[in-house]
Design a protein around this ligand. Structure first.
Ligand code: ATP
Ligand code: MG
Length: 478
């Protein structure tokens, strides 16, 4: 019998409480998988053979915390020192061919493991005192963990048909853990992809975002594409795939596969940023291309794809039930993703640069991340040249911003104060003195702060006033 070493002291305590309460309890699912994979996690799932709610309440009293009870699902949640402890009663689920709702009854630990989605998620660890740490592995989950294989415990047609969301979870775990999805799963999902239609949008979207959060999200998205799931959950993205070749006048015109290109851009962004919405924008920056594709005497063009892409985003957000407060940001990045490249030109005006910075607003830095990720040429010489072009534009933006800052810049000691202290009416000497304070700040003699500027002004004012000379003062009318 293989035993695992459990580091979390809380699991040991749950085991003692189970003994005291007289009930059989197991740690299961993602917790066991992640302990074995050395992945840190804060949610721990416990399966209780018997009354999970009574046991959760008992644990709550012991730990002086109150459990959150979901009577209907026979589950309870207990937050404890940053952990989320979840207690669920063992379930046996039987699906009848014509119904989506299973018949649920209290089952054994074996029944409970059988209804789980993947063998690596169907491992349990006994918390019985004499068997503490012993692994129950009914479906060779340990081997699959070792070999990085994602496989269903039962016949895949049964597992996926019982709950079609598991098809999305297959893509999600493949991406998240970088595991190989077993061929039998790929076949089954491909055959029943359309069954995803019966799953609620919220659950689908949740898994979709978990795919986007992976280190290399393309792994999951390629599975969605390969199995046909993508055309149900994100048809606009699905539409981007494929290459069209047209022959005219003995010449061949070919464009790149926009879907594969988008995945590459997404992976590139994922290497440097965890921002979910930036990743989503990277995936969809060319989403408008399926509608704007035209063949011209010079080859394929996608004129206006940025604007069209931004436009269809609002429908996509609504349909996929995304939080709408991220819509405008995503649209901005899609709309602007070609613009920095158009500003490489030597003669580009300050106002064109200023307009880009203004339109991008606080997404300017993200826009540059996206634009750099968008360079997917395999030619290293071209790649270096394009990257350099972006640096040139970024430099120009910086220069214009510095200029604009200087224009806005004013001495922290204002005219009114200078007038009062020097007993002057509004006049040229006031401006000259203000200019001297500003010069001192720009030259780095004093910091751009009120106290320092006032001190510097008081120390120098007499000298300055005498320098300005009689001529200027003679013009002043008091
Ligand atoms: P995560 O780290 O994302 O929370 P997890 O493995 O804990 O991953 P959960 O969705 O929290 O995944 O589910 C906990 C456990 O419940 C899973 O490990 C799996 O055993 C089981 N499970 C969850 N959803 C399903 C499902 N749709 N079908 C079958 N088993 C499921
Ligand atoms: Mg979980």
């Amino acid at each position: 019998m293989l035993k695992i070493r459990i580091k979390e002291a809380i699991v040991k305590r749950i085991s003692e409480y189970a003994e005291e309460f007289g009930i059989e309890v197991y740690a299961v699912g993602g917790y066991v998988r992640d302990v074995l994979l050395n992945r840190k996690r804060k949610d721990i799932d416990f399966t209780v053979v018997g009354d999970s709610i009574a046991f959760a309440k008992f644990v709550g009293e012991k730990l002086k915390r109150s459990a959150i009870i979901f009577e209907r699902f026979r589950t309870a949640m207990l937050p404890y020192r940053g952990y989320q402890l979840e207690f669920v009663g063992t379930r046996k689920e039987e699906y009848l061919p014509n119904s989506r709702k299973p018949i649920v009854s209290i089952g054994t630990i074996e029944d409970d493991l059988k209804r789980r989605d993947f063998t690596i998620n169907a491992l349990a660890v006994s918390l019985l005192e004499e068997k503490f740490g012993e692994i129950i592995d009914l479906f060779n989950g340990l081997d699959d963990l070792e070999n990085k294989i994602l496989r269903t415990p039962l016949d895949p047609y049964t597992t996926y048909s019982d709950d079609p969301l598991r098809m999305m979870r297959a893509a999600r775990f493949s991406a998240q853990l970088e595991f190989h999805l077993h061929q039998s799963s790929l076949d089954a999902i491909t055959q029943m992809a359309d069954r995803i239609k019966i799953i609620s949008q919220e659950r689908i979207t949740d898994e979709f975002f978990k795919i986007l959060s992976a280190n290399k999200p393309s792994i999951g998205l390629l599975i969605l594409k390969k199995t046909g799931l993508l055309k149900y959950i994100f048809p606009e993205l699905d539409n981007l795939s494929g290459v069209e070749i047209i022959e005219e006048g003995g010449k061949q015109y070919k464009h790149k596969d926009v879907f594969l290109h988008s995945l590459k851009v997404l992976d590139n962004v994922a290497l440097v940023s965890d921002k979910l919405w930036l990743r989503f924008a990277a995936l969809t920056h060319d989403i408008g291309k399926y509608k704007t594709k035209r063949i011209t005497p010079n080859g394929w063009t996608f004129h206006g794809h940025e604007e069209f892409g931004a436009k269809i985003m609002s429908n996509i957000f609504r349909r996929m039930k995304f939080p709408l407060d991220n819509l405008e940001y995503v649209q901005r990045l899609i709309r602007l993703h070609q613009r920095p490249m158009q500003l490489v030109d030597e003669v580009v005006t300050d106002s064109a640069i200023r307009r880009l910075a203004f339109q991008a607003g606080d997404a300017l830095e993200d826009l540059f991340i996206l634009c750099k990720a968008d360079i997917t040429t395999k030619n290293p010489y071209l790649e270096a040249q394009y990257l350099n072009n972006y640096d040139i534009v970024a430099q120009k933006v910086l220069e214009v911003q510095v200029k604009d800052k200087l224009r806005e810049f004013q001495s922290p000691v204002r005219g009114e104060e200078i007038m009062k202290i020097c007993n002057l009416p509004p006049s040229k000497p006031v401006g000259i003195i203000k200019g001297k304070i500003e010069d001192a700040i720009l030259d780095g003699i004093i910091p751009n702060e009120y106290d320092a500027a006032l001190k510097y002004f008081l120390e120098n004012k007499d000298k300055w006033l005498s320098e300005i000379g009689k001529e200027e003062f003679s013009k002043i009318r008091y």
